[in-house]
Design a binder for this molecule. Structure first.
Ligand code: AMP
Length: 249
C-alpha cells in the first residue's frame, strides 16, 4: 500500500511574524521557513505505518515554488521514500492546491492521503477536506490515532469532550492533529541519504487542473500593541480601577 503525504512550506513556528510596512502581507524576507508542524506529524505517521509494515511506500508532495524542495528534502530525511513538487509561483489558495493534489492522487493512486489539520501560516484548515470532496473519498479530520484493519482505515478523532472512532474505506483522506504522535528528528546520515532520494518536479500547468483566483488578500495587520499594566496597592484600589477606569464591573 502507498501513502501520500501533502506537506506545506510555512514560516517557522519559532519566528516572530512581521507584517510588511504597507500591510500587503507578512514579510517573509530572510525569514526561516520550515515544514508546517502538522505536516511533520503527518509524515511521522506515514513513516510509522511503514515501520509497522502496514504501508510499503511513503510519497510526499508539495505545491509551491522551487523553494519547497527544501521541505521535501526534510521529509525525505525523516524517512519518506520519494517526493513530488508541483511547481507554481501563484498564490496557494486551498481550492487550487486541492485541485493540483487531486491530479497527483489520480496519478499515484495511494490508499491513504495524509494532511496536516492546518497550515500555521494561513490557518485555513480546508485543503484535506476539499481533496476528499474532489476525489470522492471518505475523510476523517483531527486524527489522534490511525490503524488499518480488514481493508479499512480506523481513525480516532478528537471531538469536544472525548474521542470518536470512524472507519473509512480505501482510499481515505485523514488530517492529522497534535496528539497523533511526536515527530522524530532527522539524523545526519539520513539528511545525507535524502539528497539522493528521488524528487520529481511537475509543472503545475501540465496537470490539467482547472484553477482560477477565488480569493484576494486585501490586508494584513499586526495585533494592537498591549498597553503596559499598572500595580495597585490594595484590593479597594483594584475594585475602584475595575469600576472607574476599565469599567468591567
Ligand atoms: P490548510 O488547509 O492550508 O490549513 O492546510 C492543511 C493541510 O493541507 C496542510 O497541513 C498540508 O497537509 C496540506 N497543504 C496545504 N497547502 C499545501 C501545499 N501548498 N502543498 C501541499 N500540501 C498543502
Amino acid at each position: 500500500m502507498k501513502v501520500l503525504v501533502a506537506v506545506k512550506r510555512a514560516i517557522d513556528p519559532n519566528v516572530k511574524v512581521r507584517v510588511k510596512t504597507d500591510g500587503s502581507d507578512v514579510d517573509l524576507n530572510g525569514v526561516k521557513m520550515s515544514l508546517n508542524p502538522f505536516c511533520e506529524i503527518a509524515v511521522e505517521e506515514a513513516i510509522r505505518l511503514k515501520e509497522k509494515g502496514v504501508v510499503s511506500e511513503v510519497v510526499v508532495v508539495s505545491v509551491g515554488t522551487s523553494a519547497a524542495q527544501e521541505q521535501l528534502r526534510t521529509a525525505l530525511a525523516l524517512g519518506a521514500d520519494r517526493a513530488l513538487l508541483v511547481e507554481t509561483s501563484s498564490l496557494l489558495e486551498p481550492l487550487n492546491v486541492a485541485k493540483y493534489l487531486s491530479k497527483v492522487i489520480d496519478r499515484e493512486r495511494p490508499q491513504l492521503i495524509l494532511f496536516g489539520k492546518q497550515a500555521i501560516d494561513q490557518e485555513n484548515n480546508q485543503t484535506g477536506q476539499m481533496v476528499a470532496q474532489l476525489i470522492g473519498s471518505g475523510q476523517a479530520t483531527y486524527a489522534s490515532a490511525i490503524s488499518y484493519a480488514d481493508g479499512n482505515w480506523l481513525v480516532e478523532r478528537e471531538v469536544d469532550g472525548g474521542s470518536q472512532t470512524v472507519e473509512l474505506s480505501v482510499p481515505a483522506v485523514v488530517t492529522c492533529d497534535l496528539r497523533l504522535n511526536e515527530p522524530r528528528y532527522a539524523s545526519l546520515p539520513n539528511i545525507m541519504k535524502a539528497k539522493k532520494k528521488p524528487l520529481e518536479i511537475l509543472a503545475a500547468d501540465s496537470l490539467g487542473a482547472s484553477v482560477k483566483e477565488h480569493t484576494r488578500l486585501l490586508e494584513v495587520a499586526s495585533p494592537p500593541v498591549r498597553k503596559a499594566g499598572i500595580k495597585v496597592g490594595s484590593v479597594s484600589e483594584l475594585v475602584e480601577k475595575l469600576k472607574n477606569v476599565s469599567g468591567v464591573i
